[in-house]
Design a protein around this ligand. Sequence first.
Ligand code: FES
Length: 91
Amino acid sequence: METTLLDDYQKEIRVRIGGKEFMVPENNTLLRILQHLSCEISYSRFCWNGDCHNCIFAYRAGALEKKALACRVKVAEGMEITHLPDGIQFN
Ligand code: FES
């Protein structure tokens, strides 16, 4: 499946964001997924290419909590996002 917003994907995968479960397109970065989910994203705050580091988010990896860039890391089945990048809110 293809849209102008998202990279190509074949299926949706299950992720948890802030304790809520969502089915989202695989093969896309978290920042694109948040845009797809109609989050309010300040375009002046995010470079979308790995330079600004304003998109740091936290996710659970086993017993550990890791941090990564939402514009670089693709969502994965079962991913549990515990902290969204500052400046991004669900509508
Ligand atoms: S949006 Fe700038 S580093 Fe991710």
